[in-house]
Design a protein around this ligand. Sequence first.
Ligand SMILES: O=C(O)CCC(=O)C(=O)O
Length: 292
Amino acid sequence: MALTLIDGIDRVEGITRKEFQEKYMIPQKPVIIKHFYGANSPLYNKWGFDYFKKELGHLEVGVYDMEGEKRKDDRSYKGANNKMKFGDYLDMVQAGPTSKRLFLFNVFKHKKELHNDFEFPDVADKVLKFLPLAFFGGAGAVTRIHRDMDNSNVFLTELAGNKRVVLFDPKYSDLMYRYPFGTHTSIDINNPDYEKFPGLDKVTGYDCTIEAGDTVFMPSGWWHHIEYRSAGIGFSVRSLSPNISGRLKGFYQIGVLTHLDELLRMLLKDRWFETKKKIAHRRANDAIAAMS
Ligand SMILES: O=C(O)CCC(=O)C(=O)O
């Protein structure tokens, strides 16, 4: 039986600050905004595969491929296991399906002028304009389900191609078997194992597709799973959580919890992962019991 996913995310265009704050930021509700940066923005008209190939194609990048890798269900993948020229990588993703993804490659560091190509619309406060991120992937690539460690709101814009985005409210974290000390889970949203993870039966997510020109607003702490339907380029800007406790949680997760997790993994090895699994299951069982 498939997970309960609904197609209920609002789609808007030309939203004002007041409307965005009232309907989406304050209630922390996802929304898809068409041409968020203005239809004439260079983001939509200049940034694309050809542009990046021409400007940055010569650089060597670290490409990540999950195949053959030991799964690290309870944490982020921090390293890239293949090196290649950025231009060759872009040719490869355009040529056909590939699970190879490029992340942690900072195009803005190599081409500072890119910062001048976008003006973040005045819809949110505490926008981390200095920290834009770019994501590249081929058809079939998957960004496995996670929440962002810094607990920020994310404005993820598709610049080329299209991708499936599945979102879950953070209120379901326990029922989704979130590992403690982190922002990951072992659940597979396309093949839910209800015997192992019975809490999934009580979870409802949002399922949508974003096309080139769409920005999905993923509120602070929302779980996201992303599937590249075609070769794609994504761009994201973040803003701090609208409430102080959300911001503190982000700082705590990045500044304390993640380091403690590394330390305990080093000291206890596999026993640490087993302990985390037990805690995740205990929390899920408590959440299920509280609902019945
Ligand atoms: O588009 C992607 O590949 C990943 C985006 C993402 O996970 C994020 O913006 O937090």
